[in-house]
Design a protein. Structure first.
Length: 291
């Protein structure tokens, strides 16, 4: 038998083995898969897809109708670094959803129905660099420690949400932050927001769409850019007295009045005693001279 004849069965076995290996590689229904990537964009999915390869690094679920991300199924994708869930129906509670995908670097949750971000929402994403939660019109609350564990965060976008206030400590304690999207929100530019506006002016962070990063209320500051109102807020907040300020001043004045009245009364008593004592002394001296 020739050498080519002996190699032919080996080649056949190799090809069969490769075929079986290829059959074992699964891909979710209505999704396309390539090396380490699963793309399910625009497939009208209502649920998180099943049978995602466990070595997936990039998962794209954009433009579907998914309303829930199962934490358990996500935790199987321990090597996931890129997750795109924009334009879905993700809503109220995402706390502890990402507990099993600690390697995640990029997360896009824009164009959803998020209502709040708490410390537990992203606290396990220690490697997160890009976070997009823009275009969530019902997002009205971001807790001040929401990103306390996301110290690698460089790009954060909260544009076009229902936010009216953002605590300065929420973002100023992010050492690697370089870009922060704030445009087209309902910012309430009062004295409580002054610290944040001052931080914007002094920081090295870039604010895209600065022309549409404006005050929504009060009426007198509407449509003014946030950094531009800093001087006005400084003046009004440092010179305007609130009700508690007037009460404090009244108490101080009343205390000063009481202290002054008491001091005057004591001085008067002392003067009277001194006069009485002096008069008695003079009378005794006159009586001694007469005797």
């Amino acid at each position: 038998m020739s050498s080519s004849g002996r190699l032919q069965p080996l080649s056949l076995v190799f090809l069969l083995g490769m075929g079986m290996a290829l059959e074992m590689i699964t891909c979710p229904s209505r999704c396309s898969c390539q090396y380490l990537e699963v793309n399910c964009t625009g497939q009208q999915l209502r649920e998180f897809p099943a049978a995602i390869p466990l070595d997936t690094r990039q998962l794209i679920l954009a433009a579907n109708n998914i309303s829930y991300l199962p934490a358990v199924e996500l935790s199987f994708l321990a090597d996931l670094v890129y997750l795109d869930c924009r334009k879905n129906l993700l809503g109220d509670d995402l706390d502890f959803t990402f507990i099993g995908v600690a390697k995640l670097v990029y997360l896009d949750l824009s164009f959803n129905n998020l209502t709040q971000v708490t410390f537990s929402t992203f606290s396990h994403l220690l490697s997160l660099v890009v976070l997009k939660i823009s275009d969530n019109p019902n997002l009205v609350t971001i807790e001040k420690d929401a990103f306390a564990n996301n110290t690698w965060l460089r790009h954060l976008d909260v544009s076009r949400t229902g936010l009216t206030f953002l605590d300065t400590s929420t973002v100023q304690d992010l050492p690697n932050l370089r870009l922060l999207g704030l445009s087209d929100n309902l910012w309430h530019c009062n004295c409580s927001f002054l610290d944040f506006i001052t931080w914007m002016t002094d920081s090295n962070v870039h604010f895209p769409d600065a022309d549409t990063t404006t005050c929504h209320t009060p009426e007198g500051l509407r449509a003014l850019k946030l950094p531009a109102v800093e001087a006005q807020l400084h003046f009004s907040c440092l010179t305007r007295l609130y009700k508690q300020d007037y009460i404090f001043l009244c108490l101080i004045g009343f205390c000063i009045f009481l202290a002054g009245t008491g001091a005057a009364w004591l001085a008067g008593i002392c003067a009277v005693i001194y006069e009485v004592h002096t008069s008695k002394g003079e009378e005794e001296e006159e009586e001694e001279e007469d005797t």
